[in-house]
Design a protein around this ligand. Structure first.
Ligand code: 5AD
Ligand code: SF4
Length: 478
């Protein structure tokens, strides 16, 4: 997630893409032939990308085919993000462009989905008149009905948030997939109320999905050739599902192990962990199972206890450091990444330094770094003034980025000479003569193909010869 410029440093660049939306279409997707076509563009977090796959599945059941070509579409959907102001501006601009298409194709329907739909509700229909459909994150099952309403010339809106909806029974239509790695949503919503965050308002209360439906989805993916699943939730550590027959509770560590046991050749990842909730039980499960990847995204947000308290993160600097030490003790080879917000209300220069020191302490392999952006309706917007000058925010953010670039490079340089098991995802960006894949620490590894026998989905041992801050470069080890 980025403000003006992507401030992503490091390895995993697809976690959250705000600036660059992605259209899903004919490349590598299962297109269900239909008389009508939909085009969907997604912004924001992995959860949004995962939701778009649920939407695609619902629409294909209603006779819609997917297209990547805007001009072929009868229905254009944009799955939106509200997390920072910039994200919403990007979506508004894009809606303006979609509306120009309506001049040539008057029957075209335009819909806004997700967090921004939830936040702005009827405002899109009444004031902005940019869209025909407004559908919140818990109302996707209602899409066929809302489309019918819009086809009749009425506006279709459903922004009800649910306490139960998990779309457990819907098999997502894999969009833009490499056929090797995919996401599985295990819970929805968030009960945390971090003071800067709009998510609890746009995605509602936390609820966990039926564990058996998660296992069934992972199983099906494995059968179809997938070799890595990422379990998704705003706060996966608070996953908790009660078996209806016995009343037994499945927690996150148990769910992880259940998925890991599907097959040793299926890698399991997860995102996002919360420092107050991640348990040693999860860490031991990771240590015990080779196929649970040794990588934890553990957002710190700030390295200063006073700021953490104002952020309502419910842990302090010492607590976070203790969790890091436990990770190091239980899983010595685990890579750790973070989200960092700079310039939160009242943050002093010294408190900013605490964040830099925390980054040094943890030695993050990668981080998503943001300047604080006040969001209407959040606790911070109601309680505190957004009082750090934009120039100061920018300077602090640059210091954080510069440090993280250095840390990422050092982290990667320490891998030179090591041999890693890499899951091949496809051709490297640069050349069809090279493979790209990830190691267990979620680092991108690029290496020459040489042998014709390998294919995406295969595991291969790769020796690292060179490193940049974002990629390891190597060769197949004998
Ligand atoms: N301003 C800046 N960054 C934010 N994030 C969430 N809300 C805001 C905000 N108002 C960041 C946090 C979170 C990530 C998903 O986005 O770092 O972990
Ligand atoms: Fe937002 Fe905090 Fe929930 Fe993450 S844990 S979605 S930052 S409220």
């Amino acid at each position: 997630m980025y403000d003006d410029n992507p401030t992503l440093v490091g390895i995993k660049k697809e976690i959250i893409e705000e600036i660059q939306g992605q259209a899903f279409g004919d490349q590598g997707i299962e297109t269900v032939p239909g008389t009508r076509m939909f085009y969907i563009e997604s912004y924001g977090c992995q959860m949004n990308f995962s939701d778009s796959e649920i939407v695609a599945s619902i629409l294909s059941g209603y006779g819609y085919g997917a297209t990547r070509n805007l001009e072929m579409a009868d229905l254009v959907l944009i799955n939106t993000c509200s997390i920072r102001e910039k994200a919403e501006e990007t979506v508004r601009k894009r809606l303006g462009q979609f509306n120009l298409l309506k001049n040539e194709k008057p029957h075209l329907l335009i819909g806004v989905l997700g967090c921004m739909a939830e936040r702005l509700k009827t405002k899109f229909l009444e004031e902005e008149k940019l869209v025909d459909l407004v559908v919140g994150p818990d109302a996707y099952r209602d899409l066929p009905g809302l489309i019918a309403t819009a086809e009749d010339g009425e506006k279709g809106i459903n922004v009800f948030l649910s306490r139960e909806e998990t779309y457990a029974d819907i098999s997502p239509m894999r969009l833009d997939s490499n056929g090797v790695t995919g996401f599985i949503s295990i819970m929805r919503g968030c009960d945390n109320m971090c003071s800067f965050c709009v998510v609890p308002f746009t995605r509602g209360r936390e609820r966990s999905r039926d564990a058996f439906s998660i296992i069934a989805e992972a199983n099906e993916m494995f059968e179809r050739g997938y070799r890595e699943v990422t379990l998704l939730g705003q706060n996966v550590d608070s996953y908790k599902w009660e078996k209806p027959d016995s009343g037994d509770v499945v927690n996150f560590a148990q769910l992880l192990v259940m998925v890991a046991k599907i097959n040793p050749a299926l890698r399991v990842r997860f995102s996002t962990s919360h420092p107050k909730d991640i348990t040693d039980e999860v860490l031991y499960a990771m240590a015990r199972h080779e196929n649970i990847c040794k990588y934890i995204h553990l957002p710190v947000q700030s390295g200063n206890s006073r700021i953490l308290e104002m952020m309502n993160r419910t842990y302090d600097r010492e607590w976070y450091m203790e969790r890091i030490e436990s990770i190091r003790r239980i899983i010595p080879d685990c890579a750790i990444s973070s989200d960092i917000i700079t310039g939160f209300c009242t943050e002093t220069e010294e408190e900013h330094l605490d964040t830099l020191l925390m980054m040094e302490f943890v030695q993050y392999s990668m981080a998503y770094m943001f300047a604080y952006s006040e969001r209407p309706g959040t606790l911070a917007a109601r309680k505190y003034a957004d009082d750090i000058d934009e120039e100061i925010k920018k300077r602090r953010l640059n210091e954080i980025i510069r440090l993280q670039n250095h840390l990422s490079l050092e982290h990667n340089k320490a891998d030179i000479g090591k041999i890693f098991k890499v899951l091949i995802e496809g051709d490297s960006k640069r050349s069809a003569d090279e493979w790209k894949g990830r190691n267990t620490q979620n680092k991108m590894v690029v290496f020459p193909k040489l042998s014709l026998e390998l294919k995406p989905g295969d595991y291969v041992m790769v020796k690292v010869n060179k490193a940049t801050s974002a990629t390891l470069l190597g060769e197949i080890a004998q």
